[in-house]
Design a protein around this ligand. Structure first.
Ligand code: AMP
Length: 211
């Protein structure tokens, strides 16, 4: 099954993707994670992407399209994948249509004020990528991942100025994808203003008929 998770930053794409990986046995393909790993390794890609990411801007289409084109050829994507954070522009969606055929696009719907609250209290594990929230899903021990004992950190782009810019960028460049995929009959909305288990249950209900 080939799925896209669409939604503003903080709408729950990463959290939902991680649950779907367990249930569907297909990989999460996150351009954000791939780019962050490039930044951490100081690769050419990371060095190119960092200034855009820190400012909450989008990395150029050609860079992320190249990443995805290569990634979905890997053997683990044979039975499908969950795209998290790609596509983010119409040009990326058009390029993706030339690479593969999608089964479903899930649009995670949530208001801006909930997003700002969620992102400014989000913490991620440096080692395993687990996602926490200081208010709604805190780790048992401050700053330490429950799953692997790794260090929890706040992403640079989860600070207030970058969050506001990411929302502006989302509304301008990514929100048009809702109409794009609706017109193709691929889109289903899921209310993402609830807790993760309720959101995941709704997403799985949408995906069930696809087998
Ligand atoms: P994410 O983890 O998905 O919120 O992505 C973090 C940052 O990586 C974004 O704010 C962008 O700077 C960059 N990024 C991730 N995916 C894309 C994409 N599909 N197109 C352009 N930039 C991206």
């Amino acid at each position: 099954m080939k799925i896209v998770l669409l939604g503003a930053p903080g709408s729950g794409k990463g959290t939902v993707a991680k649950e779907l990986v367990k249930d569907l046995g297909i990989p999460q393909v996150s351009t954000g994670d791939m780019l962050r790993s490039g930044v951490a390794r100081k690769s050419d890609l990371g060095l190119k992407a960092k200034k855009y990411m820190d400012a909450g801007e989008l990395v150029p289409d050609s860079v992320v399209i190249g990443l995805i084109d290569e990634r979905v050829q890997h053997g683990d994507c044979r039975n499908g994948f969950i795209l998290d954070g790609f596509p983010r522009t119409i040009a990326q969606a058009e390029a993706l249509a030339g690479i593969t055929q999608l089964d479903k696009v899930i649009n995670l719907v949530v208001s801006d004020d909930i997003i700002i609250r969620r992102l400014s209290t989000r913490r991620s594990c440096k080692d395993c990528g687990a996602i926490y929230n200081l208010v709604t899903f805190p780790p048992k021990k401050d700053g330490v991942c429950d799953k692997c004992g790794g260090h929890l950190f706040q992403r640079d782009d989860d600070k207030e100025e970058a969050i506001k810019n990411r929302l502006v960028v989302y509304n301008r460049q990514t929100a048009p994808l809702i109409g794009f995929y609706k017109d193709k009959g691929l889109l289903s909305d899921v209310d993402s203003a609830r807790n993760p288990s309720e959101i995941v249950a709704d997403v799985e209900e949408v995906l069930e008929p696809l087998g």
